[in-house]
Design a protein around this ligand. Structure first.
Ligand code: MN
Length: 488
């Protein structure tokens, strides 16, 4: 079977394609992001043609002018559903051919073939979070989002920060890098930003490093930043030419220092939010418990340790900060995956003192607890008592002296109550503007999806939204109504 499009031929693979396959499949930017390792030899490519590309509906993608195989596309029959009229679409394309629209062109034809000639009733397709090129192809050819599988290992997608960072600095001939995080930074944003800043400072002393964080940083992490002997991240960097590394920020709207980002020569984005927009020149987004967990995974700690031993040990250092990020976003290791403990254990062996970092989790005074007691006395229930929430309006804020810091952790406390499934808070930060924080177990209600229609987002179990409204009750009713609709 051979299929044709305007510019392409889709034809079965031949053993004589091995050389060409190897040429494109050895590129580490091609396979790992789709779940397979780069090819190491022409022989390996030949074996793949024999053993893997032998499916009835597996095609080599070729340009019409030379019929040379530059990528692969396949309808995997009986793709994981056991139904004969359902199949999975898979594809990849050699890097020199990216950006020409070849993939949507080939995919459209194969989808047509699947439905019209093979009489399929369902064709599905997947991508790993962060593989935005693949996501865009799927959107272009008409796939609609169905669901996300959690905790799927991505065995070959090893993102090496050092490689990408050096490339950015060298290609653009930069000697300065600025690190940015999200507005109202938390322990994870601060830990990721400061961790990478210290890492670069130690491993690449030839570069100027400026971490930048908003001064509204949570109190606990701020204690550690105050002890920093190298950086003051609360000063706005003034630089001419620089690259940026952005951490823990799903959408540009939430970036602190947006103008700095816009004026950068190049950018690297490191994030762990499923809702990441895929912005930046290089975007490394992997859904995990904490951005700092991803930071741990992409840095070369052996290299850091070696360089570090040449200096005297100062704390906090890169490992302390990364540990702090993990500690905060997991709520003190309350929400973890296997990788979280692995990272924590490795960081401890790199010299992190758990008790030292743990101090950043404790920043309440007795007065703070009393204010929290007041807030709990104002909690209301809804949705058969399964949802608990508290609304703090301007009057309460002024009369009781409640800051956002005071209410920050309340939604989490409510969610963790034995007889509550979901907690949220609405805080009137400016007259008519409410900062809202939602927490659930991520299953009963996925709060990321709950808030999507209102322009908010985050994670399945933890998300937020800012809402400007003259009629808070109407907004509250909409939220409660949507909870009723979504609850499982
Ligand atoms: Mn985070």
């Amino acid at each position: 079977m051979e299929l044709k499009t305007e510019r392409l031929i889709l034809r079965p693979w031949k053993e004589s394609d091995a050389q060409s396959l190897y040429e494109y499949a050895k590129d580490p930017d091609v396979g790992p992001i789709a779940g397979w390792p780069p090819h190491k030899s022409v022989e390996e490519s030949l074996n793949v043609i024999r053993d893997v590309f032998n499916g009835a509906e597996c095609y080599a993608i070729c340009e019409k002018e030379n019929n040379k195989a530059i990528g692969a596309i396949e309808l995997k029959l009986n793709g994981q559903t056991d139904k004969e009229d359902e199949c999975e679409l898979g594809y990849w394309l050699g890097k020199p051919f990216w950006g020409r629209g070849y993939m949507p062109e080939a995919a459209k034809e194969l989808i047509r073939h699947g439905f019209e000639d093979l009489k399929m009733s369902v064709i599905w397709c997947g991508y790993y979070d962060g593989n935005n090129k693949s996501k865009r192809v799927q959107e272009k050819v008409g796939f609609a989002y169905h669901h996300t599988c959690q905790e799927v290992p991505v065995p070959y997608m090893k993102f090496e920060f050092d490689k990408v960072f050096r490339q950015m600095m060298e290609e653009h001939q930069l000697d300065t890098v600025i690190l940015l995080g999200h507005i109202n930074p938390d322990g994870d944003a601060a830990g990721s930003v400061m961790g990478i800043a210290h890492y670069i400072h130690v491993v690449y002393p030839q570069y100027q490093v400026h971490p930048y964080l908003e001064n509204t940083l949570d109190k606990g992490p701020k204690k550690m930043v105050a002890q920093d002997q190298v950086f003051d991240p609360f000063l706005l960097p003034v630089e001419e030419r620089y690259g940026v590394v952005v951490c823990d920020t799903a959408i540009l709207k939430r970036l602190a220092g947006r103008e700095i980002y816009e004026k950068a020569e190049a950018s690297i984005v490191i994030d762990h939010h499923a809702s990441n927009e895929g912005y930046g020149d290089v975007n490394c987004t992997r859904v995990s418990e904490a951005c700092a967990e991803n930071v741990y995974e992409i840095l070369d700690w052996n290299r850091w340790k070696k360089k570090l031993s040449e200096e005297k040990g100062v704390h906090p250092d890169a490992a302390d900060y990364v540990y702090m990020g993990i500690l905060h976003d997991t709520g003190g290791f309350a929400r973890v995956g296997k990788a979280t403990f692995h990272a924590a254990a490795e960081l401890l062996s790199l010299g992190v003192d758990h008790d030292y970092v743990m101090q950043t989790m404790h920043s309440d005074t007795l007065h703070d607890l009393q204010k929290r007691g007041y807030l709990f006395s104002k909690v209301q229930r809804a949705v058969d008592n399964q949802v608990a929430f508290v609304i703090v309006d301007r009057e309460m804020i002024e009369k009781e002296g409640i800051s956002y810091e005071d209410i920050h952790s309340v939604s989490e406390f409510l969610r963790d109550c034995e007889d509550v499934k979901m907690g949220f808070t609405m805080y009137e930060e400016e007259p008519g503007r409410f900062r809202c924080s939602f927490r659930s177990d991520g299953k009963w209600i996925n709060v990321n999806e709950l808030l999507a229609p209102f322009g908010g987002g985050g994670h399945a179990g933890s998300a937020g939204v800012r809402k400007r409204t003259e009629d808070l009750n109407e907004f509250l009713e909409m939220i409660l109504h949507r909870i009723e609709e979504m609850k499982k």
